[in-house]
Design a protein around this ligand. Structure first.
Ligand SMILES: NC(=O)C1=CN([C@@H]2O[C@H](COP(=O)(O)OP(=O)(O)OC[C@H]3O[C@@H](n4cnc5c(N)ncnc54)[C@H](OP(=O)(O)O)[C@@H]3O)[C@@H](O)[C@H]2O)C=CC1
Ligand SMILES: Nc1nc(=O)c2c([nH]1)NC[C@@H]1CN(c3ccc(C(=O)N[C@@H](CCC(=O)O)C(=O)O)cc3)C=[N+]21
Length: 297
């Protein structure tokens, strides 16, 4: 048996088309959704990510404001910038690219983002609302994963889901979303005992670890839906850097029912969901007057 590929690029493109259509409607009300991205330092991976966000935001009709600061920027400078962006009516979404340089108090910076503009869904208000099952801005990566899982199956209720990784930006909100969709959810992490055996129980397996090929093929239950969040740069056979996920993809193919590739899986969905969250943030500024939010379908 060979697993079905879940084509994140194609699903992301369709979502971006829906975002673009909604943005065009907002333009008729004189509203252009605006996304501000704050990038500190010159991490090459962050620059690639911010570069594709800029292009795709423009293609979907959003305004994009880039704020690049040197690696020496202080916590108080960043807080001042976020406060300025909070006050601007043409900025509906604020994203502070992580990780911030070691000297910066990241939690303090993220905490000052207006929760209404927190399109990453990292603010305590949004994380709390998600945990309570209230209307919240959901972090882009787990939201993208949920959309891909729904591409693979319509029936989530009662499924056994294992999320490997418990970060605030991926693992924890992913587990919340699966729970909200009536899965039976287990969260695993570096202190989990017998991870292979736990993974073998998973009908839905989400890997968000940050270790190349950490999940072996024979850890995967026959027919499982496998979502690989990992983005790891490793040296390829030709000596050039290539991207690999947290799952041993080639080995997983003969076990999984459906699987996301890296690249071309979760990554493109993260950016599409960021655009969706930004347009929804703009719609919420005039509740009711601008029509419905973009939903998951
Ligand atoms: N595609 C996309 O859009 C995105 C991809 N990513 C990628 O996803 C991956 C995870 O990101 P992020 O959540 O930010 O990472 P973090 O480093 O914040 O979290 C990693 C998690 O994995 C757990 N872990 C580490 N080693 C093991 C192990 N050997 N066995 C089991 N669990 C382990 C850690 O456990 P513990 O808590 O005990 O330390 C931690 O909970 C990275 O590769 C990142 O690049 C991230 C964001 C977006
Ligand atoms: N505040 C904040 N929010 C984030 O959402 C955030 C962040 N900081 N810091 C870094 C991580 C990482 N991340 C990715 C998004 C898209 C791809 C992506 O598009 N990947 C392509 C490949 C890109 C390439 O070739 O490098 C793919 O997987 O197909 C990857 C990684 C968002 N993150």
């Amino acid at each position: 048996m060979t697993a079905t590929l879940i084509d994140g690029r194609a699903v992301a493109e369709r979502l971006r088309e829906r975002v673009a259509a909604r943005t065009a409607e907002l333009a008729r009300h004189g509203v252009i959704p605006g996304l501000a991205v704050v990038l500190v330092g010159d991490d090459p991976a962050s620059q690639v990510y911010v570069g594709s966000k800029t292009k795709q935001a423009a293609a979907a009709g959003l305004k994009h404001f880039d704020h690049r600061l040197p690696a020496t920027a202080s916590t108080s400078e960043l807080i001042a910038l976020v406060e300025q962006l909070n006050a601007r009516s043409d900025v509906h979404g604020i994203l502070v690219q992580l990780p911030l340089p070691a000297g910066v108090d990241s939690a303090a910076v993220l905490a000052v983002i207006d929760p209404a503009k927190d399109v990453d869904g990292f603010h305590a208000v949004n994380a709390g609302r998600l945990a309570l099952g209230q209307d919240a801005t959901v972090p882009c990566t787990p939201l993208g994963c949920l959309i891909l899982i729904r591409e693979a199956t319509r029936e989530l209720a009662g499924k056994r889901a294992v999320v490997v990784g418990r970060s605030n930006i991926v693992g924890k909100p992913m587990a919340q979303l699966l729970l909200q969709n009536d899965c039976t959810v287990t969260i695993a992490h570096s202190r989990t005992r017998d991870l292979p055996q736990l993974c073998r129980e998973a009908e839905i397996l989400v890997a968000a670890i940050g270790r190349p090929k950490a999940i072996a093929g024979d850890w995967i239950r026959t027919g499982a839906i496998v979502i690989d969040v990992g983005i790891n740069r490793v040296a390829g056979p030709d000596g050039k850097n290539k991207l690999v996920g947290d799952v041993d993809f080639d080995a997983a193919l003969s076990h999984a029912g459906a699987i996301t590739p890296v690249p071309g899986g979760v990554g493109p969905m993260t950016i599409a969901c960021l655009l969706m969250n930004t347009v929804n943030a703009a719609i919420r500024t005039r509740a009711g007057a601008l029509g419905p939010l973009i939903g998951l379908k």
